[in-house]
Design a protein around this ligand. Structure first.
Ligand code: ZN
Length: 293
């Protein structure tokens, strides 16, 4: 009964439900919701990834790769065909450093720099196929690697069930395109009828219905966690909770924000503190482990 109540609140689109939770019981709800996860790994797991959505993100790749290598962390990079084709050498750095490439569509609909006038969930099935297949081909041709994961541009509300048969046809193993708070698994990985794993994205402890990314933290409405300490402290809070409750969390950031001097290294130092108790894995590795359990 209680489980259903938490699921109902998580899935609620009602402004007043979301506002009441955010104003009065955000962290209480966040903790209660996520600790209901059944984590098959029995250990805290972090899926860390980055979305290369804008030209500024492409420019940030070399510095980010360098910093990740200093901390010996492997991550996923959701890449857009349009940018891979335009800047193949920057994207090659990702592959050369043994990070994982995730298919993030060909034009990233609803992006002012690549395709401002379309929305992914409103595309025809043929257009969705084209978006996924063209990005897949560009990644294979230019980067000589085969992606096994996909992330819907802007995911969440712009995700659509139309992607899963296409992913199956292409032999993909997973998607990371939904909000954890809307999942029946309380944010744990779950499998779609097509056999594709879904790795839901974790939300913010202070705004449980919003994803905890740099857009939410630093940009949306001036940034909900703009103060240096607030962004990093919230990140620390999520990691601490994941370790304490041994749950699965999935966090992605925009590279352009993470290499800025005010955050650069700060977030990696926080992550390093949890290294003994938190497994940091890419999506492909997580799915490999899930399939062997
Ligand atoms: Zn927040």
């Amino acid at each position: 009964m209680q489980d259903n109540l938490y699921k109902w609140i998580g899935k609620s689109e009602n402004f007043f439900v979301q506002a009441l939770v955010t104003l009065f019981i955000p962290t209480f709800f966040f903790h209660r919701f996520y600790q209901k996860q059944i984590n098959l790994f029995k250990k805290a797991i972090l899926l860390l990834s980055f979305d290369i959505d804008f030209k500024e993100d492409v420019k940030a790749i070399p510095k980010l790769i360098e910093e990740l290598s200093q901390y010996d962390i492997k991550a996923g990079f959701a890449c857009v065909g349009h940018w891979v084709k335009k800047f193949p050498s920057s994207h090659k750095l990702i592959v050369e450093a043994s990070h994982e490439i995730i298919n993030h569509s060909n034009t990233h609909p609803n992006n002012e720099q690549t395709n401002p006038n379309q929305f992914f969930n409103q595309l025809l099935i043929s257009e969705i196929k084209k978006e996924i297949k063209e990005a897949d081909k560009i990644i294979k041709d230019y980067l000589e690697t085969s992606p096994s994961g996909f992330r819907t541009p802007h995911f969440g509300h712009l995700n659509t069930n139309k992607i899963y048969p296409v992913l199956k046809e292409l032999g993909y193993r997973y998607s990371s395109s939904t909000l954890a708070i809307r999942s029946d698994s309380f944010g744990a990985p779950f499998i779609h009828p097509e056999g594709i794993w879904e790795l839901p994205v974790t939300t913010c402890p202070y705004h449980p219905h919003s994803v905890f990314d740099t857009w939410h933290s630093l940009r949306e409405k001036g940034g909900w966690h703009k103060k240096r300490d607030s962004f990093l402290k919230t990140f620390d809070k999520i990691l601490n909770f994941a370790v304490e409750k041994r749950i699965f969390i999935n966090i992605y950031f925009d590279p352009k924000d993470m290499v800025e001097n005010r955050y650069s290294k700060g977030w990696l130092n926080i992550l390093a503190q949890y290294k003994n108790d938190l497994m940091i894995l890419t999506g492909a590795k997580i799915v490999e482990k899930l399939n062997s359990i």
